[in-house]
Structures are given as structure tokens and as C-alpha cells.
Write a protein that binds this ligand. Structure first.
Ligand SMILES: CC(C)(COP(=O)(O)OP(=O)(O)OC[C@H]1O[C@@H](n2cnc3c(N)ncnc32)[C@H](O)[C@@H]1OP(=O)(O)O)[C@@H](O)C(=O)NCCC(=O)NCCS
Length: 150
């Protein structure tokens, strides 16, 4: 039904479309382009067979591996594909690839109000280890810092 692969230039249009749907302040195409050409990046996409998505991309995860830590920068699933286990599958595959590259922990920032994402990360073993007050300049909202041992 779907498969996971490396996020390439050919996936940019589809990823940007999902990004705009998923976030109030989406990353630009250029930001993604920089990310996929970054040497320490681990960026994956899930491709489905649903024709309404160009190239079949339904989800993506962008992360960087720095000093044995995996920084998750972006994770999003197209609206119609949520609550079907797609993000879980993508996260697990990212962990397994990060482990192969000797990562020990995974870490991320999430908006304090993003209950679906916080619940999702808790479900996958992340714990809140701190907060960054007024981290998001658009709303002044705090970020929660969540971490998990791989
Ligand atoms: C967060 C997100 C990636 C989850 O993707 P998904 O494919 O729906 O997640 P999965 O189906 O693999 O996992 C479902 C679990 O996530 C959590 N979850 C997902 N959506 C939820 C919601 N609307 N309300 C509460 N919990 C939710 C629950 O723990 C759920 O487990 P359950 O079904 O047993 O209750 C997706 O909602 C998304 O793309 N959101 C917009 C972008 C975003 O906020 N990204 C995270 C930024 S840090």
C-alpha cells in the first residue's frame, strides 16, 4: 500500500503541498531543498498509491544526525492519511536508520498546544525533558522539548 524512501528533489512539490496543509507557518521549498542537500540529514518520505498526491507522497520526516543525536525537525502526514499508522511507520524506520548511523537519542521541539503530536510522541516513548519559553515567534508559544533513548 505504501513504501518508505529517501526524500529526493522529485518529492519537493508533494512535500511542500502537505507542509502548507499541515502548518500555519510552513517551511518554504528552499528550506526543504537545503535540508535534503545537508550532509548530516536523514530525510524520508512515505509514498502511497493515492493519485491525489503528486508522486504519491503522503508523509515526510526531516531530521539531522549530530553528535549521536537525532534531531527531528519536521514530521507531517497528509490530512486524509492520518490516524492510519503512517507516521508511526515512518518514525520507526527513521529510528532504525538513525541507529545504523550510531545515534543514541532522538530529540525534538513541539508546540505546547499540539496535543495530537504530543500524544503521538508519548506513544512512541518520548518524554518531556524541558521547555523553551516563547520559542515560536508567531504566537509567543512555548516549545516542549521531548527526548527518547533509541
Ligand atoms: C502528528 C501526526 C504526524 C501524527 O500522524 P498519524 O499518521 O496520524 O499518526 P499515527 O496514526 O501513526 O499514530 C496515531 C497516534 O498519534 C496520536 N494522535 C494522532 N492524531 C491525534 C489526534 N488528532 N488527537 C489525539 N492524538 C492523536 C495518538 O497517540 C494516536 O494513537 P491512537 O490512534 O492509539 O490514539 C499528524 O497528526 C500530523 O501530520 N500533524 C500535523 C503536523 C504536525 O503537527 N507535526 C508534528 C510537529 S512536531
Amino acid at each position: 500500500m505504501w513504501n518508505i524512501g529517501i526524500f529526493s528533489k522529485a518529492d519537493l512539490d508533494a512535500v511542500v503541498a502537505i507542509e502548507r496543509q499541515a502548518f500555519r507557518h510552513p517551511w518554504s521549498r528552499d528550506s526543504f531543498l537545503k535540508e535534503i542537500t545537508c550532509e548530516c540529514a536523514l530525510n524520508l518520505v512515505v509514498r502511497g498509491d493515492d493519485t491525489q498526491y503528486p508522486h504519491g507522497v503522503v508523509a515526510y520526516l526531516c531530521s539531522r544526525l549530530i553528535h549521536r543525536e537525532m534531531y527531528i525537525l519536521k514530521l507531517a502526514v497528509a490530512q486524509n492519511w492520518r490516524r492510519k499508522g503512517v507516521a508511526s511507520m515512518l518514525l520507526k524506520e527513521s529510528f532504525s536508520r538513525a541507529l545504523e548511523k550510531a545515534a543514541l537519542t532522538a530529540i525534538l521541539d513541539v508546540r505546547r498546544s499540539n496535543f495530537p503530536a504530543i500524544s503521538f510522541y508519548h506513544k512512541h516513548g518520548f518524554q518531556v525533558v524541558g521547555s523553551r519559553p516563547a520559542y515560536y515567534s508567531d504566537t509567543g508559544e512555548d516549545a516542549l522539548v521531548m527526548r527518547k533513548k533509541l
